[in-house]
Design a binder for this molecule. Structure first.
Ligand SMILES: [Ca+2]
Ligand SMILES: [Ca+2]
Length: 126
């Protein structure tokens, strides 16, 4: 199994961001990442993030996020409601801005995982 801490540090994530990601991966909260936890994280988060990020620098620029998210059914639904109402603002720009917590015009893995986690929690509330 890859040493995620080393990989994440190499990709420029801070200790705090790495810890936040670990808290998501470590489902049983025993402080260690086992193969099952890693596989779940990979399938739910990492594989998607990597596929959105062809140059593998672990940061999605707006154009990369657009190319990726606009293919998703959830994004198409949001876009359709804006189109139906002749809105001039672009929802992808707003979503990108919300996901880009530190406003550096890139979405890193930590920001991506946080947004996915929050959207999942809200979906469970409804
Ligand atoms: Ca664990
Ligand atoms: Ca950012």
């Amino acid at each position: 199994m890859p040493d995620l801490k080393v990989i994440f540090e190499d990709k420029g994530l801070s200790k705090y961001e790495i810890q936040e990601i670990y808290n998501v991966i470590d489902i049983n909260l025993d402080g260690a990442i086992d193969r099952d936890e890693y596989d779940k994280f990979y399938n739910l988060f990492l594989s998607k993030f990597i596929s959105c990020n062809p140059n593998n620098n672990f940061e999605l620029k707006l154009t990369e996020a657009k190319n990726c998210f606009m293919k998703e059914s959830w994004m198409k639904r949001i876009q359709k409601s804006y189109n139906d109402n002749n809105a001039t603002i672009k929802p992808i720009d707003q979503i990108f801005d919300i996901m880009d917590i530190n406003k550096n015009q890139n979405i890193n893995l930590s920001e991506y995982v946080f947004a996915r986690k929050v959207s999942f929690v809200f979906r469970k509330c409804t």
